[in-house]
Design a protein around this ligand. Sequence first.
Ligand code: ZN
Length: 95
Amino acid sequence: MIVLDECVSPHVAMLQRVHVRLVWQRPYPSLERARPVAWTCWCRATVYELCVGGGRAFLRRTVQLDSGPDIHETSPMPITEARATWTALLSGSAR
Ligand SMILES: [Zn+2]
C-alpha cells in the first residue's frame, strides 16, 4: 500500500453499525463512457468513484490487488440519488 504524505481526496469514514448495503456487480458495458466526477483517496486499497454519464450515475469500487484491479459497480441511478448515495458512502452510512 502506498501512503501519501498529503491526501487531497477524501477517505471513506469507518462503516457505521447501521448502514445501507449497496449492491455491487460486475461493470455494465453500456455505461463505459461514464466519467468519474468524484473519488476517494488512492492511498487506500479500496477506491470509490462517483461516475456520471448519459444523465445517469453510479458508484464504482476498485480494490487494488497485486493481481490487478477488482472492479465492481452499482446499478445506474438518477444523478441526485447517486450523489446522495456517494455522501452516505463517505460518511460510513452506506457501503
Ligand atoms: Zn489518503
